[in-house]
Write a protein that binds this ligand. Structure first.
Ligand SMILES: NC(=O)C1=CN([C@@H]2O[C@H](COP(=O)(O)OP(=O)(O)OC[C@H]3O[C@@H](n4cnc5c(N)ncnc54)[C@H](OP(=O)(O)O)[C@@H]3O)[C@@H](O)[C@H]2O)C=CC1
Ligand SMILES: O=C(CO)COP(=O)(O)O
Length: 315
């Protein structure tokens, strides 16, 4: 059995996206002795050169750039043996697919792995300990990603439920906005704990409806990431919620925000999906109304508190 500190053969690791997460992941791979190529659409390194003889292509591109980047890769040639890793947490508005589903459809001959967990990039860049999940239907590919990125400060677990792993990381961003609202309104610890717990039930309801394994949502990529982003001011999604509670307009919040808050787009896609498929998502629905300027933060709280009384284990 391999341990985190075991040496591993040096791999060529191509990271797409030099934002907060791409840069942090590049640092982790570099510290493990791999040959890292960090590509950004604004950088000097061409995509062709970044892909040459690569062993692994990891995308940390925000959701809006994923389809366009995939299109660029499709016009280039790179080894079929290269593992594709998606670290994006979003949903595509056009297809309502997850990023890994888009990668797999575009590159059916490649192994696709999802990398997701409670991974606030700022803490990882500072060398604080963290754990994550590498999930794939091809276990050997997930294990390769595990060996490439694992270290004494970044513990990677494997999982064979890529969809559940990806949906946990994606859907919790909506709830992180709600948690930011809760804290921004100073509603207290009881309220935030109730919110996170009820939201977990909601996340599992949607995630399993879409094909994720229920167990996955209680792991690092589900509950773990939900806790990280709902309790940390480092989370951009949490920051959006917090600022909304102060009455700031969304456009102004996003303009000032450092980096991407995927939860904003994910909420819109999720509500579209949930209404088409009649999945009850009360918390996400209030986030949707708030983001779209239909209610105030205070009204969202009132709407959640005034819902019909029911047993805990019913929707
Ligand atoms: N930061 C974090 O803590 C974590 C983030 N994630 C996820 O990783 C993804 C990226 O997040 P993060 O790095 O924080 O966000 P940033 O905003 O810091 O970076 C986004 C990256 O995506 C690139 N990008 C956006 N649109 C395009 C496009 N059309 N073509 C090519 N590149 C594009 C940006 O390039 P450019 O700079 O040129 O605009 C940039 O490199 C998100 O889905 C996020 O949810 C997951 C785990 C942790
Ligand atoms: O996904 C993340 C941590 O796991 C990052 O969260 P934010 O995108 O809200 O900053």
């Amino acid at each position: 059995m391999a341990t985190a500190s075991d040496s591993t053969t040096s791999a060529i690791v191509t990271i797409l996206g030099a934002g907060a997460w791409g840069t942090a992941l590049a640092g982790l791979a570099q510290a493990r002795g791999h040959q890292v190529r960090l590509w950004s659409r604004r950088g000097e390194l061409s995509l062709e050169a970044a892909l040459d003889k690569t062993d692994l292509v990891l995308s940390a591109i925000s959701m809006k750039g994923v389809p366009e980047t995939i299109e660029r890769l499709q016009s280039l040639s790179f080894p079929t043996s290269a593992i594709l890793v998606s670290a994006t947490k979003g949903l595509d508005p056009a297809t309502r697919w997850t990023p890994a589903q888009i990668w797999q459809a575009a590159f059916p001959d490649h192994s696709v792995v999802v990398l997701s967990g409670p991974n606030l990039s700022d803490e990882i860049r500072r060398g604080l300990p963290a754990a994550t999940v590498a999930a794939s239907h091809q276990l050997a590919a997930a294990q390769r990603v595990q060996t490439i990125f694992s270290s004494d400060r970044f513990r990677v677990y494997t999982n064979t439920d890529p969809l559940g792993t990806e949906l946990g990381g994606t859907l919790k961003n909506v709830i992180a906005i709600a948690a930011g609202v809760c804290d921004g309104l100073q509603l207290g610890t009881n309220a935030r704990s109730a919110l996170i717990t009820r939201a977990l039930a909601e996340l599992i309801r949607i995630g399993t409806h879409l094909g994720g394994n229920p167990e996955t949502f209680f792991g690092l990529s589900g509950l773990g990431d939900l806790l990280a982003t709902c309790t940390s001011a480092l989370s951009r999604n949490y920051q959006v919620g917090y600022a909304l509670a102060q009455g700031q307009p969304l456009s102004q919040i996003l303009q000032k925000l450092q980096g991407t808050a995927e939860g904003v787009n994910t909420t819109n896609v999720l509500i579209d999906l949930a209404s088409r498929e009649a999945i009850p998502v009360p918390v996400s629905h209030q986030v949707y109304l708030l983001l779209n300027g239909k209610i105030t933060a205070q009204q969202a709280v009132e709407a959640l508190m005034e819902r019909d009384l029911k047993p805990e284990n019913k929707e």
